[in-house]
Design a binder for this molecule. Structure first.
Ligand code: NAD
Length: 320
């Protein structure tokens, strides 16, 4: 039987870089695609195709020529950047997804597609702990696109049998690549400002609690949901997955246990308004029941890993 060939679209981004390294380490065949080349050294030896996911013809030929069977479609405009350029964000998020789904349904039949949704599908009506199938009235262009994307995925599965699977990611925290313009980016950026002369300036309110997750769990969730038999998935929606829930003050207190001199100040900007509309936590009981979702990294492990990585690596994010 021919070996599966995995393709990451958006492979040069924060999640794509981690996903690429993980698939490579697992010995999988993997082809990277992105509009810009990857920069993390550990994945530069993997095949790379420069592809604009909005260019349907180029995308179809790149997937076909490389014999791709599994797609991780990660290219997207994130929440904060999306609010600053709504037309660009809507076009990228919707056209990119529809191109992938259309290709999966037709010209290049794909075995499986992973496409992440987000906690941004929720709004104030969802409550502090968002239920799997509770109200979803998103307040950002990004959230609207993710909500619509969930419906499109369900439609393509129902009408065309496309095996697309999805989770609602919280804010993701990892060491390999800088974040791409989301509302939870502070929780990655801060690790580049642990010991500077100036306090780290956080753009959220000190007590703004949000759902968060370490990259190891985020990548693990994608691999896990993509590998289970389809019959185990009982909802057409993206699955809520939860790991951590903390506010800046709690994260910074944990950082101080590792770096006693760490200083910060919170000066909320427009991103605080976005964060205020999101839940503190997610009810992920369905993911736990259907495909044994079970996160592994707690806040203390996360901070420990990030501080050690920052002490041994180049900084990730540009100076603020
Ligand atoms: N990072 C998070 O905290 C988070 C949280 C929830 C959901 N997600 C979702 O996970 C996915 C990956 O997020 P990320 O944080 O890695 O984003 P990112 O911004 O770091 O990376 C996105 C990548 O897509 C590429 N890209 C942009 N336009 C493209 C185009 N037209 N064609 C091809 N590639 C293009 C970019 O060059 C970039 O490398 C997204 O769908 C995002 O919505 C991320």
């Amino acid at each position: 039987m021919a070996q599966d060939v995995h393709c990451i679209i958006g492979a040069s981004g924060q999640l794509g870089t981690e996903m690429a390294l993980s698939l490579k380490s697992a010995g999988e065949r993997v082809v990277l695609m992105d509009i810009k080349p990857p920069s993390f050294e550990g994945i530069l030896d993997l095949p790379f195709e420069q592809v604009d996911v909005c260019d349907a013809a180029r995308l179809a030929s790149a997937l076909g020529e490389n014999g791709i069977t599994h797609v991780y479609h990660l290219a997207a405009a994130l929440s904060a950047r999306g609010e600053q350029d709504p037309q660009w964000a809507w076009n990228l998020n919707m056209k990119g997804l529809l191109n992938v789904l259309e290709i999966a349904a037709g010209h290049v039949p794909l075995a499986r597609v992973f496409w992440p949704s987000s906690i941004a599908v929720f709004g104030p009506e969802s409550g502090r702990t968002a239920a799997q199938s509770g109200p979803r009235i998103p307040g950002t262009v990004y959230g609207i696109s993710k909500n619509a994307g969930e419906h499109w995925c369900a439609w393509y599965h129902r009408q065309h049998g496309v095996d697309v699977r999805s989770v609602r990611y919280p804010g993701l925290i990892g060491t390999l690549a800088p974040p791409g313009g989301g509302t939870t980016d502070y929780a990655v950026e801060v690790f580049d400002h642990l010991e500077g002369p100036e306090p780290y300036r956080c753009f959220l309110d000190a007590h703004e609690k949000l759902p968060m997750m370490h990259m190891d769990d985020a990548v693990g969730a994608a691999m896990q949901i993509l590998s289970v038999p389809r019959e185990r998935l009982t909802t057409p929606e993206a699955y809520n997955i939860a790991a951590l829930s903390f506010c800046p003050a709690e994260l910074f207190a944990e950082i101080r246990r590792h770096v006693p001199g760490f200083k910060y100040e919170c000066i909320p900007d427009y991103r605080q308004d976005i964060a205020a509309g999101w839940p503190d936590d997610l009810d992920d009981a369905l993911a736990r029941a259907d495909w044994d979702w079970n996160p592994t990294v707690d806040l203390s492990d996360l901070v420990d890993t990030m501080v050690k990585a920052r002490h041994s690596n180049q900084p990730l994010s540009p100076a603020l």
